[in-house]
Design a binder for this molecule. Structure first.
Ligand code: TRP
Length: 73
């Protein structure tokens, strides 16, 4: 994915976490954003962020398509 491609995360429950992971030799959390139901985050991969972890129920759109995280059991 090109660095200037945006991705969209829409929370479908309160307390969805969007966690940014560092680019480079070590992979660690550097930022956590908490979204409540209906809140949307629009973000990019950057020089600092190479991966994103989403925890909770959400719809995620990227250049590769749209996906929904699994419901918690
Ligand atoms: N300062 C971070 C950066 O430029 C902000 C950021 C970009 C971010 N994309 C993200 C944080 C995705 C969390 C998730 O890399």
């Amino acid at each position: 994915m090109r660095e200037n491609d945006f991705f969209v995360i829409k929370a479908q429950e309160d307390g969805v976490n969007v966690i940014g992971l560092t680019r480079g030799n070590t992979t660690r959390f550097h930022h956590t954003e908490k979204l409540d139901k209906g809140e949307t985050m629009i973000a990019q991969f950057t020089e600092h962020t190479s991966a994103v972890k989403v925890r909770g129920k959400a719809v995620i759109q990227t250049a590769h398509g749209e996906m929904k995280t699994e419901e918690e059991s």
